[in-house]
Ligand binder design. Structure first.
Ligand code: MRU
Length: 347
């Protein structure tokens, strides 16, 4: 049975989340009753991964609602909308964050008292959390059918339990395959500069007893030639309605190499990551983070003084390189422009 620590939890007006910057050295938690602290945790990547930051955004607004003291519903709503704007500014690419905030705001717009608002916002935040866990489990069951005993699977970043409510997206099929008694080996690309692969994916898979090996990001080519890779499974921060996938830096090169070497390339994502409002990769923002995150490692500068860095946090994989998108509603295959909207109609 999978026993991993919970990425994020809500209890009576307190949010507790794993500080992922400290892993794998230390498993420590941030506990707060302050919605701004949760927003800061998202911005600073103490919690990260598209579904997890969606859940955290929901809980940030639940904290706002739980602790708000005042008399007028009008002021409550005005300040809630202001808090929501702050939460939306934390990170721009993962659509789950905006989706979760919109779900909460839509609940708030239907209420007629502060008590009702409080109840309904907290309930919705908890629903978002629970639904994500259920969706990931389902992704695991559906995705595990693609995995055979003895397979080697390659992944990038951490689309694992830590990046979600539980199970992960890309890792869920691995966990379920393991439950089914299949022996698998996972290659986790280390994912510079935050090292989600080396620090987080390797940590959680090894905790779960899965054979995992780390490889540098630039070894994709030789790995595809020498390591008998059966399939690639990656996560997503946003999937447009025609199937462009924004995901962690390194996903697009992995998809290109996979195509050349006939390695099936799957994206695993809950339907909350499908964004019907976006069509082309220019329709939303690709986050650019502070160059210092590339130029320094644990406070030590690793590049010459006076030289800057370019740090796009995500890249974009074109639909034609994607074999299928594993969702809780089934695997979506091309043509994506037809099958993505069709899948969303069913959920
Ligand atoms: O910058 P991060 O660590 O938030 O990026 C995370 C990813 O790119 C994940 O692959 C994606 O969010 C899916 S998580 C299930």
């Amino acid at each position: 049975m999978l026993r991993l620590p919970r990425t994020i939890e809500w209890k009576d007006g307190i949010v507790r989340l794993i500080n992922q910057k400290e892993l794998p050295d230390r498993l420590i938690y941030i506990e707060t009753s302050d919605w701004r602290r949760v927003a800061k945790a998202i911005k600073d990547m103490e919690i990260r991964g598209a579904p997890a930051i969606g859940v955290a955004a929901g809980y940030a607004l639940a904290l706002f609602a739980y602790h708000w003291r005042g008399e007028s519903l009008e002021s409550f709503k005005r300040e809630l909308f202001q808090a929501a704007e702050e939460v939306k500014k934390t990170r721009p690419t993962a659509v789950n964050l905006f989706w979760a905030v919109e779900r909460i705001l839509s609940k708030a717009s239907q209420v007629s008292s502060i008590d009702e608002a409080r109840r309904s916002i907290i309930e919705e935040a908890i629903n978002i959390h629970k639904e994500d866990e259920r969706a990931n489990r389902r992704i695991g069951e559906i995705g595990a059918e693609l995995i055979e005993d003895g397979d080697t699977i390659i992944t990038v970043c951490n689309a694992g339990s830590l990046a979600t409510s539980y199970w992960g997206t890309a890792t869920a099929p691995m966990y379920v395959a393991r439950e089914q008694g299949k022996n698998i080996r996972v290659i986790a690309l280390e994912t510079r500069p935050y090292l989600q692969g080396a620090r987080l994916t390797a940590w959680e898979l090894s905790q779960a007893g899965i054979d995992v090996v780390i490889a540098t990001d630039n070894s994709i080519g030789i790995l595809a030639m020498r390591e008998k890779i059966s399939l690639a499974i990656v996560g997503a921060d946003r999937v447009t309605r025609i199937g462009w996938v924004a995901n962690k830096l390194g996903t697009y090169p992995l998809a290109l190499v996979s195509r050349v070497h006939n390695i099936p390339f799957y994206v695993a994502a809950p339907t909350s990551t499908l964004d019907l409002k976006s069509k082309d990769p220019t329709d939303f923002e690709i986050e650019k983070r502070d160059p210092s995150e590339v130029l320094y490692w644990k406070g030590t500068r690793i590049a010459p003084e006076g030289v800057n860095a370019i740090y796009y946090a995500f890249d974009l994989t074109p639909p034609q390189l994607i074999t299928g998108i594993i969702t809780e509603a089934g695997i979506i295959y091309p043509p994506y422009e037809k099958n993505i909207p069709r899948t969303l109609q069913r959920v």
